[in-house]
Design a protein around this ligand. Sequence first.
Ligand code: FAD
Length: 390
Amino acid sequence: KAQIDPMEYLSLYDLLTPEELDVRKAVEAFVQKEVAPKINDYVEAAQFPTEIVNAVKPLKLFHHFLNKPYGHGTSYTKQGVILMEAARADAGFATFIAVQNLLLNYTLEKFGSEAQKQKYLTKTRDIEYIGGWGLTERGYGSDASSLTANVKKVQGGYILNGDKRWIGNGNKDVLIVWARNLDTNKVEGFIVETKWPGYHAEVIQGKLALRIVQNCQITFTNIFIPDENKLESVTDFQNGPNQVLMHSRVIVPWIALGVMRGVYEHSLKWTTTRKQFGKYIASFQLQQERLVRILSTFQASFLMVVRLSRLAAEGKATIGMISSVKAWVTDKTREVARLGREMLGGDGIISDNYVIKALTDAEVLYTYEGTYDINSLVAGREITGIGAFK
Ligand code: FAD
């Protein structure tokens, strides 16, 4: 009798359009068959799941993240349900999809020329190329707009120097690099191929969250970037990386929803099959309170995230709204993950039982795309009119 589907319980499916429902269902079927049973081998080995990613290719899944003519047409909510379903199996797998689509492909779609779209976007969309998006540096994380990777204009192109840190997929095929033009002091964007001389990426070792994502420390040493690889319509940090983050931060909380849902499902299943003191542990009052708290937190977060996604689609979501939802939902995900882990006892630290992954992965959701603190301060600035940071 267990109420396994937390969406059905409050009729949350009614908030999705027929197209969003269809896409969600198709992705759920794929993820539960092809990803969930296999991903933890890669998680334990901290390896990129090449075979699983290859299995995604025939689905043309990434077309859902692009408008016509390059994609099927999109909405924030449609992109969101795809990431939610991916994260129910593994937040690292969802993050891989997010990096390639919300960051790399969105940047190419928004700022790329037709020639750049033909050359790169058609390949990154079809997963012939895998790529990343490089903003953060060793010395500049929250203070990303002070970045120091730099380009100098030369005949026919630019010379790139500097470093980037934490860059997901930074050791694959292509990378969007945000760098300061030494002549204008403005942040500009470039499409860099990782095979070019002077590109060096090291996968960051010892990372105990989002295990399958290959986050890299990258150094650029006198890399020549041809003129045609500059994103000409980027004018500065605001009309460049910040626009991309305004977009991705609307959708990243859907990954958190997937994690909460995954925790709920695994906890409910466990507590209704595991017996102690001769009874299912779900019969104990303390466990029931935890389950209901997880359920309600998921549902409240879902309502907030759907509302934000719809407002963003109407062009009515402000930077403060986006930041506050991202901060709140990812904070709640930490709480949900901890509750789920408690409920599974010792088995709660086994990767196949999901909740330990949720616990560590939630730490990254809380930190990347702007930390909880920074997103709170962005919202705080908007509601008070007083900036607490630069
Ligand atoms: P810091 O900025 O050093 O912050 C440390 C602490 O200080 C935090 O608690 C922070 O909230 C707090 N703090 C800082 N400034 C203030 C302030 N003014 N007021 C109050 N508190 C403050 N970046 C990319 O460009 N591309 C990627 O693909 C990418 N993927 C990532 C994947 C992972 C797994 C991780 C961990 C990070 C990734 N990042 C990526 C980088 C991520 O966006 C940064 O880690 C994040 O912005 C925080 O920067 P930082 O780690 O340097 O922390």
